[in-house]
Design a protein around this ligand. Sequence first.
Ligand code: UDP
Length: 325
Amino acid sequence: MILVTGGAGYIGSHTVKELLRAGYEVVVLDDLSAGHREFVLTPHFVRGDIRDRATLDGVFRRYPITAVMHFAALTSVPESVEDPARYYEVNLLGTWNVLEAMRAHGVKLFVFSSSAAVYGDPQKVPIPEEHPAQPKSPYGRTKRMVEEILADYEKAYAFRYVSLRYFNAAGSDPEGEIGEWHEPERHLIPIVLEVALGKRPYLEIFGTDYETPDGTGVRDYIHVTDLARAHVRALQHLEAGGESRVYNLGIGRGYSVREVMEVCRRVTGRDIPVREGPRRPGDPAVLVADPSRALREMGWQPRFTELAPLVETAWRWMLKKFGSA
Ligand code: UDP
């Protein structure tokens, strides 16, 4: 049985769906601080906090766990700048707690939700895994510190892991069962679609003077189901005896904020009012992955390599969520 922490959240719930599809039994541990109970697609659910070691021990005693996928974390860069203590507590100490519970119960395989935020300002794009890791925010530092802990645990404890550095997760389950739902919503595509739906008056573009072709920020948007499938591949790699690895997960192509808006306009057929605002502190101009290592070594291939079909899945979910057309 696979333990998925944060399995009620956005990427966690989509990964649980792919694990179940691949035939795994799954138990989800989630405190529902950001996740949604109805997103938990496995019958095995424990509500609890990774900072609580007794809860973790209870889960490991109750279920025959063979590997852990660890999504439970705080995820906002600006919030981590305002309140770093919480980020170190949940993302660093919480993860250490999970690792120690695994060690106490003899579980040795770990798949970790890392982030492109570990790189900081890219010195070159696309970004390969060997790029220096100089995170610019407490959030990015918690992810990088955990990667360093993992490397030490591996050397000392016959423990193996895959760390997956996500670029911009986007889109929703193509079957419409679960989807992207953050409160508050901070991500570009759902915000643009909420504007299209009339739930927000306009999109504010954070910066139009970047050194990019149209002046707006460029990101690598990867469909959440493609991300989820990469997690299953990573697990299978570890189960087959594969060694610990770090992989970028992106499609290797960037879209600017204006390009994203244009695609959203086409997909929804609706008007999207815009205001041009200042840069958001800490945002790099361009973040695009070199995902070739994941493609080569895990035999993983993203299916959503164009933005329009990805946005269509996000739009279908948005219409369902708000119950309107
Ligand atoms: N962005 C924007 N307006 C918004 C939200 C995001 O212009 O209301 C821009 C942001 O500056 C970045 C891109 O959209 O260039 C993606 O932002 P998001 O917050 O979705 O992901 P991030 O790259 O920050 O993890």
